[in-house]
Ligand binder design. Structure first.
Ligand code: BJW
Ligand code: ZN
Length: 252
């Protein structure tokens, strides 16, 4: 019989850890049916995030970008958290239940960790749940998908207060991460005994720097990803497997 894809060291370190911190990316939601950004079978592979997830792209084609987010919001509403999300919620209860500290920092905007019961959670790149006005900042209802015949200005959602364009509460390229979010995530990484990086290609900074912060500060750092990420070689362990298989086995 073949054993688990992770080491006994990881299991032992997790059992002994007082402080555990986790970074997740799109890969943890893949098994729920949410496409990732950069995998070849990603559903929106014809849109590269670098091309759509920035304010210039939004200004150039607000209908397209609002439609992309409306579509993704619909996808997320139609799916459920998977065994990987639930295992991280369980890991949190496990660590806090013995008096330790736990923080989950996610790059995902899909809300699935919250739905799975994670408590001490930081959304580094914002959330699809909320939208606001680009001009005055007023909260606005997230736009629904525009009519199929919408083009250009047709069907674009605007602020009820000032007429500005409505944008999602997410962090686009060239924008700062919420200070509180990246601050809490960095502190937890620096204090962690064990750090897990799950389902992220680790190409987008500053999030991709968090596992490296943890390792430099002395944590045991493991990555869970069927394909080694860009930073895997700098970590203590690469666990080759899907989050929905590996994480439940780790918290067993
Ligand atoms: C599985 C699996 C399964 C599949 N189980 N795994 C330092 C160096 C170089 C550049 C920069 C730097 N610092 C900053 C920058 C610029 C830039 C950046 O990082 N660019 C790089 C691309 C080079 N960063 C920024 O602009 C950030 N802001 C910033 O730095 O502000 C300061 C500043 C201001 C002004 C000027 C300069 C600096 C902001 C970054 C915001 C990223 N936003 C997005 C969109 C969010 C909204 C939305 O969702 O639409 O965030 S981009 C997109 O990528 C999204 C994701 O959160 C992010 C990361 O992607 P993720 O999650 O890793 O997904 P994938 O698809 O890439 O990977 C999936 C992985 O899962 C794969 O590895 C699979 O193998 C794996 N997988 N199935 C486990 N079942
Ligand atoms: Zn406004």
């Amino acid at each position: 019989p073949i054993g688990p894809p992770f080491s006994d060291t990881l299991v032992r370190r997790l059992r002994q850890a007082r402080r555990v911190a986790v970074l997740t990316g799109a890969g943890i939601s893949a098994e729920s049916g949410v496409p990732t950004f950069r995998d070849p079978d990603g559903l929106w592979q014809r849109f590269r995030p670098e091309e759509l997830a920035n304010v210039e792209a939004f200004l150039a084609n607000p209908t397209l970008v609002q439609g992309w987010y409306a579509h993704r919001r619909q996808v997320v509403e139609d799916v459920e958290p998977n065994a990987g999300h639930y295992a991280l919620a369980e890991l949190e209860r496990w660590v806090t239940g013995r008096g330790g500290q736990f923080l989950l920092a996610t790059q995902n905007v899909d809300g699935l960790h919250e739905r799975a019961g994670s408590q001490n959670l930081v959304e580094l790149h914002g959330s699809l749940r909320r939208s606001h006005c680009l001009d005055c900042g007023a909260p606005a209802p997230p736009p629904t998908a525009p009519p199929a015949d919408a083009d250009g200005e047709g069907g674009v959602a605007r602020c009820a207060a000032c007429g500005g364009l409505v944008r999602p509460d997410v962090v686009w390229f060239g924008e700062m991460l919420p200070e509180d979010a990246i601050g809490r995530a960095t502190e937890a990484a620096a204090l962690a005994d064990v750090y897990l990086s799950v389902g992220t290609s680790a190409v987008v900074y500053p999030a991709a720097g968090l596992p490296q912060v943890a390792r430099q500060a002395g944590a045991y750092v493991a990555e869970v990803n069927p394909t080694p990420s860009d930073i895997a070689w700098r970590l203590d362990e690469q666990v080759p497997g899907r989050a929905g298989d590996v994480l439940p086995a780790l918290v067993e």
